[in-house]
Design a protein around this ligand. Structure first.
Ligand SMILES: [Mn+2]
Length: 220
């Protein structure tokens, strides 16, 4: 599944479609993989984290880390990382946890303290479950992409979570087909070396999920 960005409404609908698809086409084991950027920008980040945390428990879902989760982790850890996060949609996430998203009267230190007080333990556990990549068969799943020419194991976290043009414009065969999000496109992109399923849910209202079985790829 592509970037959710606080759209709990779309996530709930799509999870229902996943469950229906798994009933319709039963197989012994399916990996359910989320590509990161669960929070920020959209209105219901807290609810999205809650839903995905339960999904890990119930279906063994694999949740990758997006750059927005990395920013939140840094902000939870250190007050000086609060502002960079708030400026890219973190304010919407704060509001979803019941904190003021844009109140200049509150100092960063105070806001950091209050965030750490309201942020649920189960959501901290969720953040600790995130991985930077997941590899399965002929496919490699990451949030943003990979640095071309470097083996998956040697990729930097910075590239996996943030890379754009150096990856997106690459005509190289990466070995595995890289399934990613991070850079919104109007329609899912199916290229020979990568698949982009970030359809900008938070502003387009379209959240994309694909099902891969053998060499078949379908949009759910
Ligand atoms: Mn991203």
């Amino acid at each position: 599944m592509g970037d959710i960005h606080g759209r709990s409404d779309l996530l709930t609908e799509l999870i229902q479609r996943i469950d229906e698809d798994r009933l319709r086409r039963p197989i012994a084991h399916a990996f359910e993989i989320y590509l990161g950027d669960y929070i920020d920008r959209g209105p219901h980040s807290s609810a999205v984290v809650e839903t995905l945390a339960w999904r890990i428990v119930r279906t063994g879902a694999i949740c990758l880390r997006g750059n927005h989760e990395a920013l939140l982790e840094a902000a939870l850890d250190d007050a000086s990382y609060l502002r960079p996060w708030l400026s890219v949609g973190g304010n919407d996430t704060l509001e979803s946890y019941g904190l003021p998203g844009d109140d200049d009267a509150i100092s960063d230190v105070e806001l950091h303290l209050r965030l750490n007080i309201v942020f649920p333990e189960a959501h901290r556990l969720f953040l600790r479950c995130l991985r930077n990549m997941f590899s399965c068969g002929d496919f490699l799943f990451v949030h943003a992409g990979i640095r071309p020419g470097i083996p998956p194991r040697e990729q930097s976290t910075q590239d996996l979570l943030w890379i754009r043009d150096d990856f997106l414009l690459s005509k190289q065969n990466h070995g595995p087909i890289v399934v990613h999000g991070h850079t919104p496109v109007m329609h899912p992109e199916f290229l020979f070396n990568r698949i982009n399923i970030d359809t900008g849910a938070w502003f387009s209202g379209v959240l994309t999920c694909i099902a891969i079985e053998g060499t078949d790829v379908i949009v759910l």
